[in-house]
Design a protein around this ligand. Structure first.
Ligand code: SAH
Length: 472
């Protein structure tokens, strides 16, 4: 792991003197930053500019209209040299260091004992973001994202937790019960009330939860992990991943998503992978039941959406039969990811008004699959697990009378770094199965609504033999 050159810490400044030396914009900015705390801000500026004077007045800082001298350092906890003059700043830094007071010199990381992070303030909760000076703009960017994540009232929730700490330590048994109590507090109805501004209601509900029997029952979430990129995970999926003691996942779930769980959560792989024994469906069901009965909180992670070709039906039935409580968290299914990647609509006014989720894998018989009729009436068909049987799928539809000119696309590894879009007509679709360069999961879309698509960059299903050789 790369190491940091600075140690992130929070400095106690409440009621203490913090010195800002300088007259211009830099001093004003530090004054405003410090005003996020309840430090006593002392500004030393012989000739304060207008902006600084205004910030001093607004923040209640003390202004000393004097030229800096080391005597100003007496009693200060931190010093900011913000004169924007290199020689002066350096002199201030030297004096501070001689007096053993940590100093920050604006825009001169090499002269700093400490640097100032970008701050998200939800007092008493604070998030400090630093890049060790490498990319301050990136820090601000990250800050904006964290700002958006944290409701303004989350500070009230932190205060509530602080006020309950002693009571909880007395009444809720240490260990799993207490961890769950807090997890539930920050995530359940108490949090909802606190975040809605109802501090009193949150408090009385929390007291009731403290008095209640600890909830140690197991639980299973069937969670859709989406097609492959982390930012298509739902916020709810992300939240329950934090809750899980055990994460049971299969091969198509990206490792970044699995990594999002708690560090101490157990991860169990149940998919196909070379050299691994592949767990059977009934073994997976038995595993979920066993873990939940042992009181563990289990996330069963599936690619895409659990309810679409994800065997959620069987797993829910097994959980229900065993009396295990469960919930389902939806995910972005491959068909939707593929359509977005290829920028094709799945429905189109007056052209396609229905959408079929189909699989290419139960085409053993000689008859048209049950979704074939819908394709003939203009529905868009999304074929899962269809790559190796693309020829069979196309053949059946052509035999049944679908036009060979019907547009078709296939997206391999939709929403992953190695995504590729193939396109052509139904009559060429069989070529997909014959390509030996395609081995990722692929989703096939067939239907007239794809005709409008801009697929100039797409790869033809079957490349001309010569072209394939040239590319190889
Ligand atoms: N529950 C999943 C589907 C599982 S079946 C979902 O809702 O997406 C597995 C099939 O899904 C694969 O054979 C492939 O057809 C499709 N698939 C899953 N992830 C995909 C991806 N990233 N790109 C293209 N197709 C994908």
């Amino acid at each position: 792991m790369p190491r940091l050159t600075s140690f992130p810490a929070f400095f106690r400044v409440s009621g203490r003197d913090v010195l800002v030396v300088g007259s211009g914009a830099a001093a004003a900015a530090k004054t405003r930053l410090l005003a996020e705390t309840d430090a006593r801000i002392v500004v030393v500026a012989a000739h304060p500019e207008e902006e600084l004077a205004a910030d001093v007045a607004r923040t209640g800082a003390t202004l000393k209209r004097e030229t800096f001298s080391p005597a100003h350092l007496s009693g200060a906890t931190l010093v900011f040299a913000a004169t924007e003059d290199e020689a002066q700043d350096r002199a201030i830094a030297d004096a501070a260091r001689a007096a053993r007071i940590p100093v920050n010199v604006v825009d001169r990381p090499e002269l700093c004992d400490f640097t100032t992070p970008a701050i998200v303030n939800r007092a008493p909760l604070a998030v400090a973001i630093g890049t060790e000076g490498a990319a301050p703009v990136l820090a601000r960017h990250v800050r904006a994202r964290i700002e958006a994540l944290l409701a303004p009232e989350v500070g009230a929730l932190a205060s509530l937790a602080e006020s309950l700490r002693e009571t909880v330590a007395r009444l809720v048994p240490a260990g799993e019960a207490r961890r769950r109590f807090w997890a539930r507090l920050f995530d359940g109805p108490v949090a909802a009330r606190a975040l809605a501004g109802d501090a009193a209601g949150a408090r009385s509900l929390a007291m009731r939860e403290i008095a209640a029997e600890p909830d140690l029952a197991g639980f299973v979430w069937l969670v859709g992990a989406g097609p492959g990129s982390v930012d298509l995970l739902t916020l709810r999926a992300q939240r329950v991943l934090q809750e899980a003691d055990v994460i049971v996942h299969d091969a198509l779930v990206p490792s970044e998503v699995i990594a999002m769980g708690r560090r101490d959560a157990e991860r169990i792989f149940v998919g196909k992978r070379k050299g691994h024994h592949e767990a059977t469906q009934s073994e997976i069901e038995a595993l979920l039941v066993r873990e939940a009965r042992a009181g563990r909180r289990v996330v069963r992670l599936k690619s895409g959406d659990p309810m679409i070709f994800g065997r959620a039906g069987e797993e829910m039935a097994a959980l229900k039969a065993a009396g295990v409580a469960y919930e389902v968290v939806p995910g972005v299914t491959a068909a939707l990811a593929a359509a977005s990647s290829a920028r094709v609509p799945l429905t189109l006014r007056r052209v396609a008004s229905s959408l079929v989720f189909a699989t290419g894998h139960d085409l053993d018989g000689r008859t048209l699959p049950d979704w074939g009729g819908l394709a003939l009436s203009g529905a868009t068909v999304a074929v899962y697990m269809g790559r190796t049987v693309a020829g069979l799928v196309a053949g059946r539809l052509l035999e049944a009378g679908l036009s060979p000119d019907t547009p078709a696309i296939a997206v391999e590894n939709a929403e992953r770094a190695d995504e590729r879009v193939f396109a052509g007509r139904l009559r060429d679709l069989a070529g997909l199965a014959e390509r030996d360069d395609v081995d990722g999961p692929a989703l096939i879309l067939i239907g007239p609504s794809l005709a409008e698509a801009d697929l100039a960059d797409a790869i033809p299903f079957a490349e001309a033999a010569g072209a394939a050789v040239a590319a190889a």
